[in-house]
Structures are given as C-alpha cells and as structure tokens.
Design a protein around this ligand. Structure first.
Ligand code: BG6
Length: 464
C-alpha cells in the first residue's frame, strides 16, 4: 500500500537564494563593491573556472520572468537576500534609490504572484568599505549593520513579514578566519572568535531595531547551518569529541540566538586557550534581547567525528580540529557528484533536538539540496534528468514529515536552490537549482525535479 506524506496546512514550499549568487549586475544600479567583487579583482584564479560575481544568474534583469517561474511551480514562499552594498554602497552612508526601486519591484512582483518574500539581510556579502574598517572584527561594523537592518525594515517592512538577520553566520567565521575560503582569508582563532562575537551582536542590534519598529505581526529569525555531530562510538572520548564539534559549529550561534546565551562549556574552552573575544559590560543582557521568533535550518550533511588520535603539532594554529578528528564512517552514503555525505535522517535529528532542547521554536528547512558537478551530462531530451535530486528531496521530506508527526514545530521546506547560481569560490561548479542556467545565454530550463516538486507543492505532499 502506498504511504501518504501530507504536510500541515499552510506549509511553506519554495527555495532559497542570495543576492550575490543570483542578481549579477555587480557594477550596475549604483551598487558598491563588496568583498567578493574585491577578492575576484585580487585573485580571479581562486574562483572555479575563473568565473566571478559580475553576472551570476542575472536575476537583477530577469526577476519578473523568474517570479513567474516560481508561480508556475507553485512556490508559496521564496528566500532572497538584500545586498547591503547595493542598498547602501559604502555600508554606512546614503541609501541608493535604484536599489530601493529594484527591491520594491521584486517584493511587489512576488506578492502579486502569491509568493511570500522571506528576506535575509546578510548572506556573506560584506561591503568593501566595511571590510576596510576591519569587517566583523570591528564592533562599529555591527552597529552599522543594525542601522542597515533598520532601514530595510522601514523601506520594506510594510510587505515583508519574514526577516532573517544572517545566513549561516558561522561560515564567514570559518571561511574568512579559520580555513581560507572566504575573504580576508586569514587563519587566526582569536580573530575568528571576535568575528563570530560581533556577528552575533550585529544580529542582536537588528533584532532590537525590528522589535522597536514592527507593529504589523512580522517575525524575525536567523538561518543557521546545523550539522548534527555524530560520534564514532559511545566511548567517552568520542562522545567528548562530538560534543566539542557541536559546540563550535552548531551551538556557538544556536544557543545565543534561540536561548539568549552562550554555552558555558564553549566560553570555558575558548578561555582555556586564550582566544575569548573582547566584550563590553552589559553585553550579556544585550544578547538576551536577540532571541529569535523563527529559525531557518540549512542542512546538507552531518559531521562525523572521533577522538583526537595525535596531538596537534607544536605551534600549529588553534582550530576546532585541535579537539577532534573527522571520521569517515564506513558504508556512509555519499553524493558522488559533490562529495558530501547524504544522510536524510539528520533532518529528523535536528528537528527533534529543537523540540526537546530549544523550546520547540518554530523552524523550517531553509536550505537543503544536492550539488552536482558537470550536471549537463544528465541532459536528455532537452531536460536535465535529475532523478538523484528527486530521490534526495523525497528522502529528506520523509524524515521531516516524521519529525512533524512526533511534535516538531517545522513549518516549511526550501530547496537550495531555485535556479543554478554562483557559489562563491566554487562559482558554477556545483549545480543545485530546480532550473538549470546556461551561464553564457542566461537561459533557464526546468529540470525533471521542477516538474516533480510542482506536484508535491500542489498536493501539499506526496505518495510513496
Ligand atoms: C550553502 C550556502 O551552505 O551552500 C550557499 O548557504 C551555497 O550560499 C551552498 O551556495 C552550496 O555550496 P557549494 O560549495 O556546494 O556550491
């Protein structure tokens, strides 16, 4: 007998994107430079196939047709981000009217087509003028972010009801200050901790501004990439390794944004190694004011760890990997086209953790998806036959459904991504969209998954 997977009424169906990754028009419309424009100017060869942020997927010009596509595949919601450097080219000064017009047009068009805008304020795209002040290392930049957020609420808050301060705030900390895959590509745990801390404060300033202004029933949240941390065994040393990985990569933002405080164990660990960030008196109380209404969860793959086998080399920089080793579990299922593990039950484990330890905060899957390199090889009869993506989405939805049945407060599922897009240093290497994009012609073509998900959206679920 076929099993029915029907989702709660009003479930949010859609996809996620970000400004730098889809808009293009990096030098148009009065946009200021951000760190990606700068980095590409400095080191174009670090970007896959030498493709930079100049054009990306041209949403800036094609937004009307793209929103029509969203309607055609029955999205009821869609996440985009506002580009800080488009709206306020130097990050802290005058507002750029062309950007206001652009975002007004996009928002109005979405509402007109019945697609609710979910708007994120920061998706990795620091204005260059702010980076020159030290970026998130400088507390003043967090304050400028609060002002920018407040301007967005004033400009668009009459129509936008779902706001998110940051997307994956841990990623610029990791990429920019620990593992060399974001600008300014330094490796320094003390600076990383400072960057993480000021990023959190910037979130708090934005939440406070929102609460002071919003009178219209809007909600504010944050989008976190949660990677459940699974130990190799139940041996205490493996359990400890997994707890520490969880502290660094999940709880460092999850606890302060949902519970209003940092885990003491993380503070102790950073303190022991002399890498605690600088704080000011009154910050503890301030952080309590940043608790969110809504949590977006990006889930791609788990983190599997084991106890450290060898001590770090003397003089090696302190990194989270001082405290655990990665564990390649035999038999785990891999995405052969991206190299990431596929573990759909992770969705369930995250949601049950939120139910049990985070007050069952309203949440949704804000990104989940399957990246595929050289996806054009799967083109047949004019369409990418992405059965692997259909299976991937369906397996994750099944576990999400089960978590909901068991009381998790999950309200939606957004795929990464709507259209293929430019992914930072990986540029167009891994394709994720329901629609493929030809980056030379900017032509969009629905993949097989676009047809499959349309039926899921229409039926608010599927049968298996
Ligand atoms: C997500 C990010 O974690 O991963 C996106 O929020 C990014 O911005 C996506 O594009 C895919 O990354 P990659 O490296 O596989 O292209």
């Amino acid at each position: 007998m076929a099993e029915q997977f029907t989702f709660p009424k009003g479930f949010w169906w859609g996809a996620a994107t970000s400004a730098t990754q889809i808009e293009g028009a990096a030098k148009e419309g009065g946009k200021g430079k951000n760190i990606w424009d700068q980095w590409f100017d400095e080191e174009p060869n670090r970007f896959f196939d030498g493709v930079g942020p100049g054009t990306t997927s041209d949403f800036y010009h094609q937004y009307k047709d793209d929103i029509a596509r969203m309607k055609n595949i029955h999205f009821n919601s869609f996440r985009l981000s506002i580009s800080w450097s488009r709206l306020i080219p130097d990050g802290s000064g005058e507002v750029n009217q062309e950007a206001v017009d652009f975002y007004n047009n996009v928002i109005d068009e979405m509402i007109d087509k019945g697609v609710e805008p979910f708007v994120c304020l920061y998706h990795f795209d620091m204005p260059m003028a702010m980076q020159e002040m030290g970026g998130w290392e400088n507390r003043a930049v967090a304050e400028h972010f609060g002002r920018y957020a407040s301007i967005c609420f004033d400009l668009f808050g009459d129509r936008v009801k779902k706001w998110f301060t940051h997307n994956e705030p841990i990623v610029p900390v990791e990429g920019g200050y620990m593992y060399d895959f974001h600008y300014p590509n330094v490796v320094d745990m003390k600076r990383a901790a400072q960057v993480g801390y000021h990023t959190l404060l910037s979130h708090v300033f934005a939440v406070k501004a929102f609460r002071e202004k919003d009178r219209t029933g809007g909600e504010i949240g944050v989008i976190l990439n949660l990677t459940p941390s699974y130990p190799r065994s139940s041996h205490p040393a493996d359990l400890k390794a997994s707890r520490i990985a969880d502290l660094f990569f999940n709880r460092s933002f999850l606890d302060p944004t949902v519970l209003g405080e940092y885990p003491q164990e993380l503070i102790d660990l950073l303190g022991e190694h002399g890498v605690l960030p600088d704080t000011e008196s009154g910050d503890k109380e301030l952080i309590k004011e940043g608790k969110v209404d809504l949590l977006g969860v990006n889930y791609y793959q788990p983190r599997r760890v084991k106890a450290k086998e060898n001590l770090p080399n003397p003089g090696a920089p302190i990194l989270p990997e001082w405290f655990f080793d990665h564990y390649e579990m035999p038999g785990r299922k891999m995405n052969p086209y991206r190299g990431w593990e596929i573990y759909p039950k992770g969705v369930y484990d995250i949601m049950i953790n939120l139910r049990d330890n985070y007050g069952n905060i309203p949440s949704f899957i804000s990104e989940n998806g399957m990246g595929v390199q050289d996806e054009a090889r799967f083109m047949e009869n004019g369409m990418i036959q992405d059965d692997y993506r259909i299976e991937f989405i369906q397996d994750h939805l099944e576990w999400l459904h089960r978590a909901i049945e068991e009381g998790a407060n999950a309200k939606g599922y957004h795929l990464w991504s709507f259209i293929d897009n430019w992914s930072w240093m990986n540029a167009y290497k891994n394709r994720y969209g329901y629609f493929s994009v030809n980056i030379d012609t900017q032509e969009r073509t629905p993949k097989k998954s676009a047809y499959w998900i349309t039926a899921v959206h229409k039926n608010n679920g599927f049968e298996k």
